[in-house]
Design a protein. Structure first.
Length: 380
């Protein structure tokens, strides 16, 4: 679930449809995108996979019950627009694909008290309205997708620098890391040296120090420093560092991060680990420290090309969790799926995969005041 980008006024269908890829960060396929509204203003965006074609009424009802559960996670929501993406061919003069499904979903949402102003189908280079059959504005042959691409809302987002990907990033396709062999030698040296709890704490300290720097400058330095890069990656092979790092980045500023490390070093960590667990499960109404969490994302993504084996799995899981924390469940699924494909035995990826499959959202993602606002707003 993504929060609204804010400061946009859109009143026509083309403008609304054009916003969807920008809000998601990628172009959806075979998907239902729900634009969640509060008092006719966009509150959040939710994407789910479409059910198999021909899903019957009972299947549509089950699907809608799950959808309503998502909407109830945003308690102030009072309406929703639906945008379906499918490449199923549409023969002119016949019902639009997923027509019965859309009618069932709309009726159920309305019975639950949600207004549904419109629903659209996008596919095969055209778009249609499920609700309007006017031959002038909504011909049965649909309207060309170019009208969406030329809408003021789309052009506005392009000028803001938004460039949606073809699909969610899954952790692959990165450029080659220079001198990666030297980095891996450093990782192996750290592994052979061991060090136990104290070395784990030093590894967490290294990462906390990294999060105090400007991400792009740091990654540039690391590309010519195999020793520091290897030390950061080696520390991620320790469960404590891997699990505490998102908590350290997301729950506090620099001073509090140092205090966290100190408590882990000098005291019984049980209470700290309980707080960590609650945070990682999203059981907090308080907004994460988004600026530092975004630094973790940028640094983690930046050094991923140098990672291998367990440290690569750890980074993929951390990046997947950050995506989930932002409300980007599709991005989280893509990263965790890559980890599970590359290392089926990696336990954390299996646990996160099962967790994501339940469709749960962190509490902070269901409140516009605490949800990730993204990079679409100036200053974020």
């Amino acid at each position: 679930m993504n929060s609204s980008p804010g400061q946009l006024s859109v009143s026509d269908a083309e403008g609304v449809i054009s916003l969807v890829p920008h809000l998601l960060g990628f172009h959806p396929r075979e998907s239902l995108v729900v634009l969640i509204m509060r008092e006719k203003a966009l509150e959040a965006t939710l994407r789910v996979d479409l059910p198999a074609p021909g899903t019957g009424l009972m299947g549509a009802r089950r699907f809608t019950r799950q959808l309503v559960d998502y909407l109830r996670a945003a308690p102030e929501a009072d309406g929703a627009c639906l945008v379906l993406y499918s490449e199923l061919a549409h023969a002119e003069g016949h019902l639009l694909p997923y027509r019965d499904f859309t009618d069932a979903v709309t009726s159920q949402l309305q019975r639950c008290g949600y207004q549904v102003p419109d629903a659209w189908l996008v596919g095969c280079g055209r778009w249609w309205s499920y609700f309007c059959g006017g031959p002038t504005c909504c011909p049965t042959s649909g309207r060309p997708i170019e009208s969406v691409l030329l809408s003021e809302a789309h052009l506005n987002m392009v000028l803001r620098g938004s460039s949606p990907m073809a699909e969610p990033w899954d952790g692959t396709g990165a450029e080659t890391w220079p001198g990666v062999e030297a980095v891996r030698e450093v990782v192996d040296e750290h592994q052979r040296a061991g060090g136990g709890w104290r070395e784990s704490i030093r590894g967490l300290e290294r990462w906390c120090a990294a999060l105090d720097q400007e991400p792009q400058e740091l990654v540039t330095k690391l590309r010519s420093n195999p020793s520091d890069t290897g030390a950061l990656l080696a520390s991620l092979r320790t469960d404590l560092v891997r699990d505490a790092l998102p908590f350290a980045a997301g729950s506090s500023g620099a001073g509090a991060r140092s205090a966290l490390v100190g408590r882990l070093r000098n005291a019984d960590a049980n209470a700290e680990l309980r707080e960590l667990g609650e945070f990682m499960l999203g059981n907090s109404d308080q907004a994460p420290h988004w600026g530092t969490l975004e630094k973790l994302w940028e640094v983690g993504r930046g050094i991923l090309p140098a990672a291998r084996g367990r440290d690569r799995c750890a980074l993929l899981c951390i990046l997947g969790w950050v995506e989930w924390a932002k409300g980007h469940s599709s991005g989280a699924h893509a990263l965790i799926a890559t980890c599970r494909s590359e290392a089926p035995e990696y336990r954390l990826a299996a646990l996160l995969g099962a967790f994501l499959a339940r469709g749960r959202l962190p509490r902070w993602a269901t409140n516009r005041e605490t949800a990730w606002a993204g990079s679409l707003e100036p200053g974020q």
